[in-house]
Design a protein around this ligand. Structure first.
Ligand SMILES: [Zn+2]
Length: 729
């Protein structure tokens, strides 16, 4: 995922499951299962690398079934053990268990993300409810909870190490949060709430999709579309034709408040119509209106939180995150918001000046900058300030060269790692690259899989996943993959990257390092199994090396001539990165605050359907988001993140970025690219997975509490003696 908040917000992180899939063109293996189902035992390839060439799709379902059955019998063996509960016979047994299910599920979810086909997508859908019920059956098993609770109560007097004590706490906490301590009526209510929430969530998403389609804007004449390219106009004509509107033009919408075409359309009235259509989605009183669903979902979440002993859903969610409390999240967002909105107003002033100048030149009256004008005029200001052709950079950024002489080279300089490509291991797609990764002393650290190209069978965005998690207990070393979506050039042409793609490559490799450096005993604490508001932090830090002078000069060379990239060219790109950050930060923060305000409501205060939009407006006003030209990135009825997995968690992106900016500052203050700094970061944080409290690890590296200032400086949100802050990256 890229460094900017909006992009982060759209894509899921290393720990997130694939959200949606492209239907694959290729047919799945429809054959019968293999004679020997290789998913039922650990792979015999190096580091248990998956035998991609020999596993059939038809093997996955039976392996999931057997994996669930095995784990249930493992749990039964634990709870039926006549011996008193001990760390070994309960916690350790749980950690050791579920291997077959883990192996099969990891393969299925990885391949539906990277190499989907109809068979794999069907399996994923078919098993979603079975797996949820399976997890409930374990989490709500009263005998299991009794054993874990007994250990939890004795944990301080059992002579456990710090990691073991933490592990007991985590298992206890997990069961508790699932509702293990409720009475029978409470458990029944819990299951009912979870069931209803799952259904409502699916309906919410269906409505969002339906509204996007239903709200596509119909335009009568091509003259109204001035500003769009010919390809875009023909696409709009074709879209109209498929809808039976021959001769007209249809502009499709995206599920954000702002719409890309607003940056191009010269017709102000049409811009306004598109914008107003966009923000009305989900609250128009039609069949796809989501306000009733929002009210119901929030009510159920608040009820569930109360069942579990929390004042609100946000209190429940944040207890388990690095932030830990609603007050910490509120404080962070409220500290950032004024700086962001001030910067947005300054940017708006520049746009207004541009409007005034242009209108005067046309001898027409000026008008006040509105939300539907922002991206149109900000593109003009951008072109005037930073006008240059970014494609001039691309010949210096050949893909494999960036990977090996940039990303890997940086890891060599910082951590002493060495990489060696190997071609003997099977891959699921011929473009996929596989590398052995070695420590400075020559010992093997991990296997790294680089799957860089876009294809129809791959979901969008960029992400990291582990095929094999590191674990001392299970004697496992990690097998970790990075996935990007770089367009594949025609045969024989080099793959030349944009600067954003280079940045994404460094970012994803930061997640990979977090997975590969993992050096913990227990599998549930390995690598990126850390709080959601922490997981983007190591990956964002790794982006700092992309333009570090000694790294850059090692990889940014012309693919034909070997000439170094002119620094002046790159500086222009980097300077332009801070452009419009007031807008981008404000639209993100207002959405993040809206998420918090909704989920910090106690049960009694949740509005009915007809009060949802009023509450939204009031909450934003109360938080000081009153600059109408910059609306929230999502409005409540189409804010899919917070109806799904990011409920009370949309702040996580900027929370991670605060930690990142502090750490970048620490590296720079101590000499930058030095082995001793890399080794310290690795020892105190990257190798620790979730085995320690996340903020304590941060403090151990950086030496102080997280500060907001470095982030403000990076985003150019502070003024230094009347001047724009210099780029910090
Ligand atoms: Zn990421």
């Amino acid at each position: 995922m890229s460094a900017t908040l909006p992009a982060l917000a759209q894509n899921n992180g290393a720990s997130a499951a694939p959200a949606s899939q492209n239907a694959a063109a290729a047919a799945g293996d429809a054959e019968a299962p293999s004679a020997v189902n290789l998913l039922l035992a650990p792979s015999t390839l190096p580091l248990q690398y998956p035998p991609f060439d020999r596993i059939r799709d038809a093997d996955i379902g039976p392996a999931l079934d057997q994996g669930m059955a095995e784990q249930l019998s493992e749990v039964n063996a634990i709870v039926d053990n006549p011996a008193a509960p001990s760390f070994e016979n309960t916690i350790l047994a749980l950690e050791r268990g579920g291997r077959t299910l883990g192996r099969a599920y990891t393969l299925l979810s990885s391949l539906t993300g990277a190499d989907a086909n109809p068979a794999r997508l069907k399996l994923q859908a078919d098993y979603a409810t079975k797996l949820a019920a399976h997890r409930d059956a374990i989490a709500l098993n009263p005998k299991l909870f009794a054993r874990v609770e007994a250990l939890y109560q004795q944990r301080a007097t059992m002579n456990l190490g710090a990691q073991e004590q933490r592990l007991v706490e985590r298992h206890y906490n997990q069961l508790l949060r699932a509702g293990a301590k409720l009475d029978e009526a409470g458990k029944a209510r819990m299951k009912a709430i979870n069931g209803e929430l799952a259904q409502l969530g699916a309906r919410f998403n269906q409505n969002v999709l339906a509204e996007v389609n239903d709200s596509a804007v119909v335009v009568d004449s091509a003259s109204e579309l001035a500003g769009l390219s010919e390809e875009q106009i023909s696409a709009a004509a074709a879209a109209a034709k498929t809808r039976g509107l021959e001769g007209k033009y249809v502009i499709a919408l995206l599920n954000t408040t702002g719409q890309p075409v607003l940056s191009q359309l010269e017709n102000r009235a049409l811009r306004q119509r598109i914008y107003e259509t966009s923000i009305a989605r989900g609250s128009r009183g039609n069949a796809y209106d989501n306000t009733g669903l929002v009210s119901r979902v929030l009510t159920l979440r608040a009820e569930r939180a109360r069942l579990l002993g929390f004042a609100t859903h946000a209190d429940f969610v944040l207890k388990d995150e690095t932030a830990q409390s609603v007050s910490a999240v509120n404080a962070m967002l409220r500290q950032l918001a004024p700086a962001a909105e001030n910067a947005a107003r300054r940017e708006g002033g520049e746009l207004q000046a541009m409007i005034d100048r242009e209108q005067a030149a046309k001898r027409q009256p000026s008008f006040k900058l509105a939300a539907w004008d922002w991206s149109f005029y900000s593109e003009k200001v951008r072109a005037a300030k930073y006008g240059f052709d970014e494609s001039q950079l691309k010949p210096y950024l050949e893909m494999k060269n960036v990977l090996e002489n940039g990303v890997f080279y940086a890891a060599g300089q910082l951590y002493g790692l060495k990489f060696k490509q190997r071609r003997d291991l099977p891959v699921y797609q011929p473009d996929v690259l596989v590398y052995d990764v070695f420590n400075a002393d020559g010992s093997q650290l991990a296997i790294f899989i680089a799957d860089m190209y876009a294809r129809p069978s791959k979901r969008g965005g960029a992400w990291m996943n582990a095929y094999v998690d590191q674990s001392g207990l299970l004697n496992q070393k990690p097998v970790v993959a990075n996935h990007l979506n770089i367009p594949k050039p025609m045969d024989g042409k080099p793959t030349l990257l944009t600067w954003d793609e280079v940045n994404t490559m460094f970012h994803e490799f930061g997640h990979a390092l977090h997975g590969m450096f993992s050096n913990v005993k227990y599998p549930s604490m390995a690598g990126t199994k850390v709080p959601r508001d922490f997981v983007e932090y190591p990956s964002q830090v790794n982006e700092m090396w992309a333009d570090w002078p000694s790294i850059l000069s090692n990889y940014a060379k012309h693919y034909k001539t070997g000439e170094p990239m002119p620094r002046a060219l790159l500086d222009k790109v980097l300077a332009a990165k801070q452009f419009n950050q007031g807008f981008a930060t404000t639209e993100y923060l207002s959405a993040a605050m809206l998420d918090q305000r909704w989920h910090q409501l106690p049960l009694e205060q949740i509005p009915a359907a007809d009060g949802v939009m009023d509450f939204e407006a009031k909450a934003l006003r109360e938080e000081g988001f009153d600059y109408d030209a910059v609306p929230p990135r999502y409005r409540t009825p189409y804010f899919s993140h917070i109806m799904g997995g990011y409920a009370a968690g949309y702040y996580a992106y900027v929370w991670s970025e605060v930690l990142d900016a502090n750490t970048v500052q620490w590296f720079k203050a101590n000499g930058g690219l030095k082995r001793e700094l890399g080794d310290a970061f690795r020892a105190k944080l990257l190798s620790q997975g979730g085995s320690q409290d996340a903020l304590s690890m941060f403090r151990a590296v950086v030496g102080h509490e997280p500060l907001i200032q470095p982030l403000l400086e990076r985003r150019g949100l502070v003024l230094d003696k009347g001047e724009k802050a210099k780029p910090t990256k």
